[in-house]
Design a protein around this ligand. Structure first.
Ligand SMILES: Nc1ncnc2c1ncn2[C@@H]1O[C@H](COP(=O)(O)OP(=O)(O)OP(=O)(O)O)[C@@H](O)[C@H]1O
Length: 237
């Protein structure tokens, strides 16, 4: 991503922001409330945010990425009148494409929800619904997956489970996730980015050693947690 700019009137949130997202990697974007994280993600998804907003999004071969993006937000946006398996295939249906129930079923099984394929979303728990949303995101086969606090509504234990599952199932994608939870970022991130300053810049923080999903109880985690919290609370230079 190059030359990202966002302003609302006189207020410039960021200008000339660049970001490189390596193949098969998970990047976590953190920053104080209101610094522009969600707006940046929405712009990357091609959504209109402001009249004074632009960015260039290209892959390593300089090709535009716009048509190869999937989105997972805090709300699962499952349609209550469609069964779980139909919700997984929703993107294809909405685009008027032929859907693939066998692939949808295989993804549900991978997320441990094969048994729920014929259920309606309102009969599932919050964690189960989040896993359906994850299966729907995977169904898109997108190169870039943008996630805006996708696990924020889940309890701590469910979150740990879904982290491990998401990490494995999204390992071949480029993931950029906005999160308010430093521990979640330290658990999942290959790259940690803190957005701060005015206009905002992106500061890279070294993640803990080892491959995600990292053990939140490990000895090095609390050290990295401290470093990340400091970066989040310090005023930008
Ligand atoms: N249409 C708009 N007009 C004016 N200001 C806006 C508009 N949309 C967003 N903003 C402002 O832009 C700033 C960035 O919003 P954004 O939602 O991107 O922040 P964020 O970093 O994701 O915050 P949070 O962590 O609280 O979700 C906020 O101060 C918000 O009020």
């Amino acid at each position: 991503m190059h030359q990202a700019r966002l302003a609302f009137g006189e207020r410039v949130l960021f200008d000339d922001l660049s970001l490189s997202l390596p193949a098969s990697s998970w990047s976590c974007l953190l920053g104080r409330s209101g610094c522009g994280k969600s707006s940046l993600l929405r712009m990357m998804a091609g959504l209109s945010v402001s009249n004074d907003a632009h960015l260039t999004l290209i892959d390593a071969s300089q090709r535009p990425l716009e048509q190869r993006i999937a989105w997972m937000g805090q709300q699962d946006l499952l349609l209550p009148w469609r069964r779980v398996i139909d919700n997984v295939q929703l993107g294809a249906v909405m685009r008027g494409e032929r859907s693939d129930p066998d692939r949808a079923m295989a993804l549900l099984e991978k997320t441990g929800l094969g048994w729920a394929a014929r259920c309606y979303p309102q009969t599932l728990s919050g964690g189960e619904r989040a896993r359906v949303a994850l299966a729907r995101t995977l169904y898109e086969q997108a190169a870039l997956v943008l996630m805006d606090e996708p696990f924020a509504a889940l309890d701590a234990m469910t979150r740990l489970d879904i982290h491990a599952q998401a990490c494995e199932l999204l390992s071949d994608r480029i993931v950029l996730m906005v999160t308010h939870d430093p521990l979640e970022a330290l658990r999942l991130g290959d790259q940690l980015l803190v957005m701060r300053g005015s206009p905002a810049r992106l500061e890279r923080i070294l993640p803990p050693e080892g491959a995600p999903p990292r053990d939140p109880a490990s000895a090095t985690m609390s050290h990295h947690h401290g470093v990340l919290l400091k970066a989040l609370t310090e005023q930008a230079a």
